[in-house]
Design a protein around this ligand. Sequence first.
Ligand code: ADP
Ligand code: MG
Length: 716
Amino acid sequence: MSTPIAKLPGVGPKRANTLIQRLDIRTTSDLLRHLPMRYEYEAAEDQIENISQDAIATARGQVAELRWVPGRFGKKGRFEVSLQDDTGSLLLTWFNAQYLSRRIQIGDYLRVQGKTKSFGNYTQIINPKWEKLAEPDLEPARDDKLRPVYPATEQLASSHIERVIENILPAVLPHLIDPLPDDLLKHHEMPPLADALRMVHQPNDLDETKAARRRLAYNELLLLQLGIAMKKAFVRDRLQSPPLTITPEIDKQIRDCYPFELTDDQNAVVKEIAHDLSRISPMNRLLQGDVGSGKTAVALYALLAAYTSGKQAVLLAPTELLAEQHYLSICNMLHNTNVSVALLTGSGTTKAEKQKRQIIHDEIQSGDIDIVIGTHAVLSDTFEFKDLAVVIIDEQHRFGVMQRAFLKSKNTTDDKNQGGKQGGGGGKIPHHLVMTATPIPRTLSLTVFGDLDVSTIRGLPPGRSPIINRVVDMNKTDDVYRYLNDRLARGEQAYVVLPAIENSGLEDDPKKQLRNVTDHAKLIQNKYCPDSKVGLVHGRLKSEEREEVMKQFRDGSIHVLVATTVIEVGVDVPNATIMIIEHAERFGLAQLHQLRGRVGRGTHGIKSLCVFIAEPTTEDGEKRMKAIASSNDGFKISELDLEIRGMGDFFGTRQAGAAPLRVAQIPQDMDLLMLAKRDAESIIETDPLLKSEPNALLKSVLLKTHGHTLGLIDVG
Ligand code: ADP
Ligand code: MG
């Protein structure tokens, strides 16, 4: 099943490439799970007079006449054959196939197949499939057949995929061992794996295809749910975290650090988190909330809960910019306390910078530092915490990274002095909280994030006014910036976001060229907003330069910040009330929503505005523009995004290396998913590590499919 497709008969390097690039099919197993999207009915072989029109027909007869009809220009033309049996005759036409005149002779017996059409008094088949019958009297007549129609591409026809599968099925099926236990299959009345694969690719009837698809979809979902249940049970039973004590006094002390009251949603989440933290079983929680909903405030509560128990905590952000910003705002809130907070980013490579990092590492190791704010890269550094109790991972929406982060961090922070509860793979780990601003539709949270407990902040902090959204054409650009200038004159600040840093140099026509941040910043400064100060940030600036610009924007000495998507997450400047996104059609929907979240953060009562300057050239692009203007609700946007992109792309699972669901479809297969979830939980309940004999095969298949993405390698 794991044979690379390039090694299969009938698949050369070129086709292998198409299969991999366009259909994401790499192995025999992938190919066998590439199911037909529908079936075509082929009628049984019949006498010519009985053949119906506009159907796929099969017939046999003798060649009575043939001729080559040249086209007007050169070689092209058509080859025509009149095929006869006792009941009538059939006109066969092949275009541009002169070679056939050498291969088909008068008097030959042929079996032909193709779509029939009426042509004057004749029934005609254009470009039929054909075979010569050497001994027509001995050849049995062909039966009815359902032919699979596969999702295909221009370079690779369905019929070719069909042939490859036809070739490998007889070699593979007899050796397949079914990973699912017999009694489970019996209970659900599902066919064994080999039967299901035969039934779905070469069905005798449509009932077979349905039964087979159900079994294969269940198979996928069960494996995924087993992986999730196994990991969950492992974390619950085998790992321990330090229980933190949160008394009412401590709770009050922590709340006193905030310059505001927590909202009801925030309070509810804090309660869930405090409960998790007080237990010996590790917290493994996902906190989802729209941009600006106040997740970081909740995170601070967990960080401080570690501190008040005399332990350490770490907050990890995806970029240095964000880490720095978290650092500043947290230091700000804690300036009246004794909590010592350190910023740890991995970028500097000079001797001085390395030394500085070394000092922080030492202080973390000795316990002088209570709270560490850093980038995700900190996870791969080689230093140890003295007593790490809480890990918070911010803005983590990449599926694969997120799934792995949990167990991976265990290795850097494992407490060596305290051995595991039951030894053998057990151990001490910190509590984990993962935060995401890409809300996850429920259907998905059950599939891919099933091992996490989920908390949600729905509303925004009080005093916010909703953002006003406008989508406009590029020819409105001058108007947009004139309006921007008016608002800058009233003391407001603005972001202008562009997709590119420099010209690609690919387009000669300056009108077609993408506006880029560097030139556009100059244009805004010189032409549109000469009285304001315009700043520029992008990913290629040195982090000190970037931080300097950000600082000036934050303190109001820069009025317009022209930027690439480096400002996508977390940047928090409440006085910024206008955002202009150039070439908006080039951004993904989730990304546009993230970007837009940079405005509308103030409580000053000024209505924020987001202008999307867009020239969508595709249908999806148009849908995205409609969607972004239709709602400010991140949950709504995320569902629209899932609709437009489909599940495979939603999490960028390809980059993350997650095994996608090929057969099962979410949300259509929700019932099957719930069934698989229940079964998986009961299997893991009785056999948490799948050690018993009937589950052995299940376990090996599970590790092969999801071991890497779910981090099960460590578990098993
Ligand atoms: P997120 O991380 O979810 O994007 P933040 O935690 O950065 O959101 O909060 C966004 C802004 O709202 C910050 O300026 C923060 O200080 C403010 N904020 C958070 N919670 C509250 C609250 N309960 N009341 C008032 N302002 C709040
Ligand atoms: Mg945040």
